[in-house]
Write a protein that binds this ligand. Structure first.
Ligand code: PRP
Ligand code: URA
Length: 208
């Protein structure tokens, strides 16, 4: 299953508040990070563990730790920055690989302007974070970049996804799992998700 709509009550509750038209920048930003953390918890459930010996208070014990090189979080600038802290709360040692893309407002095509990936990305799970999966163009371009750099294991975390965008990403990259807090109804003529959140970047950065 490459699309997971996470219906945890905390996520439903927090995302509903985010849909309010008059929410403050501070609250929107805080909730974006919180839902980002909850999605991270879901998306990392299948991480492999290994056992090791640890000196406990009563002597040596068998303990567990996550195996191998771990995670790089990949925020898509700008709005992805708003979810990044949520991922880092749960995985503080994650490397950060930044991708800069914006949507041309007329063509809706992604325009890349920045790429700085961690060196060992070929050995890490990449968790791409972006609040909005609308036409899917930005997500597909980001996955293309990561795969070109050798990344083999990619998951995406989004707050709201449109069915149109999900279909495009699944068609282009069937191996990439999508974790979303909601699958909404459709896109409007300007490529905005309905009911959606509005312009997530503007809301996170206070530039609306
Ligand atoms: C938004 C959003 C995604 C993209 C989704 O970014 O954060 O990156 O649009 O649209 P798509 O699925 O149709 O590609 P935007 O271009 O508004 O840039 P910003 O994050 O800098 O505000
Ligand atoms: N980008 C946003 O910020 N919101 C949308 O609904 C679509 C793209």
């Amino acid at each position: 299953m490459s699309v997971n709509e996470i219906t945890h009550p905390l996520i439903r509750h927090k995302l509903s508040i985010m849909r309010s038209a008059d929410l403050s920048t501070r609250s929107f930003r805080q909730l974006a990070a919180e839902v980002g953390a909850l999605l991270t918890y879901e998306a990392t459930k299948d991480m492999e563990l290994e056992s090791y010996e640890l000196e406990g208070w009563c002597g040596p014990i068998q303990a567990e730790r996550i195996k191998g090189k771990k995670v790089t979080v990949v925020p898509i600038l700008r709005a992805g920055i708003g979810m990044m802290d949520g991922v880092l709360q749960l995985i503080p040692s994650a490397r950060i690989s930044v991708v800069g893309l914006y949507r041309n407002e007329e063509t809706l095509e992604p325009v890349p302007y920045f790429e700085k990936l961690c060196k060992d990305i070929d050995q890490r799970l990449a968790l791409i974070v972006d609040p909005m999966l609308a036409t899917g163009g930005s997500m597909i371009a980001t996955i293309d970049m990561l795969k070109k750099a050798g990344c083999k294991h990619i998951k995406t975390l989004v707050l709201v996804a449109a069915p149109e965008g999900i279909a495009k990403v699944v068609e282009a990259h069937p191996d990439v799992e999508i974790f979303t807090a909601a699958i909404d109804d459709c896109l409007n003529e300007q490529g905005y998700i309905l009911p959606g959140l509005g312009d997530a970047g503007d809301k996170i950065f206070g530039t609306r």
